[in-house]
Design a protein around this ligand. Structure first.
Ligand code: GLC
Length: 748
């Protein structure tokens, strides 16, 4: 009898265990979050809102704090940034596992355009208008970063930027909200992969929320002042696209928006992001931005700064220590409810559960996987392809390009020819253990790899990137005279654009344009490569040199990618994602401007019109501009209807023909103009595009759909509306090179 009872007890006990296990497994993430939250002290909750920089590198003003390990042991830290590699992350995570509740740390990093394999800067990738390529770039960056212990990248930066004086223009997708939104989505999908929690996925972070790119004067960290209409129509759409793509986190921005710092801006973070848009992830402040509200003059001290930020919806405090130092007191003083703290903590714990860190805090610390992924040869192959797709052909007079690989003697001149790390741009991740001289293909090496072994490649530096020393000119000129063709590689230093790198003068720096003039004077055919993180001004070069490639900063594979384009193994297909001004005096300059009451009909029309008396209104190179080694003909534009109701659609079809001798890709752009609106409407807006590949002589028919969404805009009441009236439809190879036109009417 007794043995029977024992067996029954064992059975019941096992059943109870198993059902507990099943319940535990079945528990949803929110239930798991609540089960942890219930155990936490106020100090431990505040700890989850506290993020520190690791000690070995910095991307902002450093606060010396040698007590981080102890604070982590006490559960007073929830995340570290700038902590990379499985060894280093494992060592910090082990310390976190010594804390009372063993809540794992989150490791965040600026993996902006690649981890070990550095891809082109984001503005260059945007020039590819190739969403698959852009997504694959982010996918590889995530794979390498996640394999190296990183859970979270502070990317994509989705700030619309119309002022190339602002150094961070290099980090985004340019001036247009339509293109910027599609790229934001591609990057979020790339970073987050199939599912958060997979060991090849990292959390994305849409930043900087919001309107950081509209800093007055293009001066970083400066104020932003704009109408809510402009905010909703131009600066918010890429953030909404990132959120709709599933972005796990947002980062707020340093700027004040209409007088209220974004970090303490309830309208942005609570009303829009967490309210209207129902964002369920968490918001991290930008480096020290909570404490910087004191400098803004929006709060008196760190106590008020913490109150403002947590109330406004800023969940995690990057490096300011305002939350750590003040939130407990604010709760005690009944200024901040525990519910507000709990909401922020739950958002963060939810992501730690989704990443699987509670099940295995070391799941991203596999050294073997790290070595496999950061040394995957496929990654650099793809990086080379993305880089070639990002190069914009600005000029090619008399088809000087592509060059022949059998050219007898080539002179390769300029300060960037043999540079290594300059090719990486401002936001590259640089790992101490990597020998970048072996990883980066310089421009010199790329051309050497490409040309015939019997060809001669001559070199002269000519001058520095900046400064006014011309001592190298004579040698450069002599070198040019010995050659059949001269390639000149000039531009910025990579630290001339990026964060805190605003420039009032964005002309080609130093005496580089004088070097180009001197080489051009030899009478040799000249090709100029311009390397930069922003649109530069180089009017003489643009007007006088026969061939120009804008090569941005293309990453590890720069040299081979540039050579692929120079020698025709890749036919350039990129288009500018941002307008290039003639002079700084035109800035801000962008294609989707309003017509004004007195539009200038042309450059000579100065009779009481909206124009400069000393400079053309038009840009040097317009948005959407880029040439090819072949030429494309647009024909046979057809609209399925000429009148539609708001619930109807128009099918737009047209033919694109490749009339040249080589295959190529064309970015066919469709612009609309709403002729009359209750709010004036831009003279044109990009509403769709298609990047298509055509073999020589091939013709393809492409189709676009015009629907209500593409006709809508924010009216004076900030309602997303369509209004009946006439629309112009423009199909172009750039925003100014309109090849086909038609019009249609929206009726009630
Ligand atoms: C920087 C940047 C932000 C970056 C953060 C962490 O100041 O503004 O984009 O993600 O700090 O490096």
């Amino acid at each position: 009898m007794r043995s029977k009872c024992f067996i029954q007890f064992c059975f019941l006990f096992l059943f109870a265990i198993q059902s507990q296990f099943i319940i535990a497994q079945k528990k949803s993430f929110p239930q798991k979050v609540d089960s942890v939250l219930r155990l936490m002290t106020l100090e431990e909750k505040i700890g989850q809102l506290n993020q520190y920089n690791d000690d070995w590198t910095a991307t902002g003003p450093v606060t010396v704090d040698n007590d981080k390990a102890n604070q982590i042991r006490k559960g007073q830290v929830g995340s570290l940034l700038n902590c990379m590699g499985t060894d280093r992350t494992k060592s910090w995570q082990k310390i976190a596992m010594q804390s009372r509740l063993k809540i794992p740390l989150l490791f965040g990093q600026d993996v902006i355009h690649g981890y070990k394999t550095t891809f082109p800067i984001p503005l260059a990738e945007a020039a590819s208008w190739d969403l698959e390529a852009i997504q694959s770039s982010a996918r590889i960056a995530a794979t390498e970063a996640a394999a190296s212990g990183i859970h979270w990248t502070f990317a994509p930066m989705v700030d619309i930027a119309r002022d190339p004086r602002w150094g961070r223009v290099m980090e985004g997708a340019g001036e247009d909200p339509y293109l910027g939104s599609l790229i934001a989505k591609a990057r979020v999908k790339g970073f987050q992969g199939n599912k958060l929690g997979n060991v090849d996925a990292v959390m994305a972070c849409a930043k900087h929320f919001a309107a950081y790119g509209a800093a007055i004067g293009g001066r970083d960290y400066n104020s932003v002042d704009m109408s809510d209409r402009l905010l909703w129509e131009v600066y918010l759409p890429p953030f909404k696209a990132a959120l709709d793509a599933g972005a796990a986190t947002f980062m707020n921005s340093f700027n004040d928006l209409n007088g209220i710092p974004a970090t303490g801006n309830k309208y942005l973070q609570r009303d829009i992001l967490k309210g209207k848009w129902n964002f369920e992830g968490f918001v991290v402040s930008d480096w020290g931005s909570i404490g910087e509200m004191i400098n803004h003059g929006n709060v008196k001290n760190s106590y008020e700064a913490a109150l403002s930020a947590i109330t406004a919806g800023s969940d995690m405090d990057m490096e300011s220590r305002c939350y750590k130092d003040n939130l407990a007191q604010l709760v005690k003083d009944k200024k901040v409810s525990i519910e507000l703290i709990d909401d922020a903590v739950k958002r963060i714990l939810q992501k730690k559960f989704e990443l699987g860190l509670f099940d295995d805090p070391f799941k991203f610390c596999n050294a073997e996987r790290e070595q496999k992924e950061i040394n995957n040869p496929e990654h650099s192959k793809i990086a080379r392809e993305v880089a070639a797709k990002s190069i914009v052909l600005l000029k090619n007079k008399n088809h000087l390009l592509p060059l022949s690989k059998n050219t007898k003697t080539i002179a390769f001149i300029g300060p960037l020819v043999k540079e290594e790390k300059q090719n990486l741009g401002f936001w590259s991740v640089e790992l101490p253990e990597i020998d970048y001289s072996k990883l980066i293909v310089t421009q010199w090496q790329g051309v050497k790899n490409k040309i015939n072994k019997n060809s001669t490649l001559l070199y002269a530096k000519g001058c520095d990137i900046d400064g006014n020393n011309k001592d190298g000119f004579a040698e450069a000129i002599e070198t040019a005279k010995q050659a059949d063709i001269v390639i000149i590689s000039v531009g910025e230093r990579r630290d001339m654009s990026g964060e805190a790198k605003s420039r009032s003068n964005i002309h080609l720096p130093g005496v580089q344009e004088e070097l180009i003039k001197a080489i051009q004077a030899t009478g040799k055919p000249v090709v100029v490569l311009i390397n930069a993180g922003r649109p530069l001004i180089f009017n003489w070069t643009a007007d006088n040199v026969p061939a120009i490639l804008y090569t941005w900063w293309l990453g590890c594979e720069a040299g081979d990618a540039i050579a692929d384009v120079l020698f025709g193994d890749y036919n350039p297909s990129a288009k500018l994602p941002i307008t290039f001004p003639r002079e700084e005096g035109q800035i801000p300059i962008y294609y989707s401007h309003f017509n004004t009451g007195r539009p200038a009909r042309n450059d000579s029309d100065l009779n009481y019109v909206s124009a400069y008396t000393d400079l053309s209104n038009s840009p040097k190179f317009p948005f959407g501009y880029g040439l090819s080694y072949t030429n494309f003909q647009y024909s046979n534009l057809q609209l399925s209807k000429k009148k539609i109701k708001s619930n109807e659609k128009i099918e737009v079809t047209l033919n694109i023909s490749n009339n040249g001798k080589v295959s190529g890709e064309e970015v066919v752009q469709i612009y609309l103009r709403d002729k009359v609106g209750s709010i004036v409407r831009p003279v044109k807006e990009l509403k769709d595009f298609a990047k298509i590949k055509l073999n020589a002589g091939e013709t393809k028919t492409i189709k676009f759909i015009i629907d209500k969404e593409k006709l809508s805009f924010y009216n004076q009441q900030l309602k997303w509306v369509v209004e009946p009236g006439d629309f112009d439809l423009m199909i172009g190879s750039s925003s100014e090179d309109i090849r086909l036109k038609d019009s249609f009417e929206l009726i009630r």
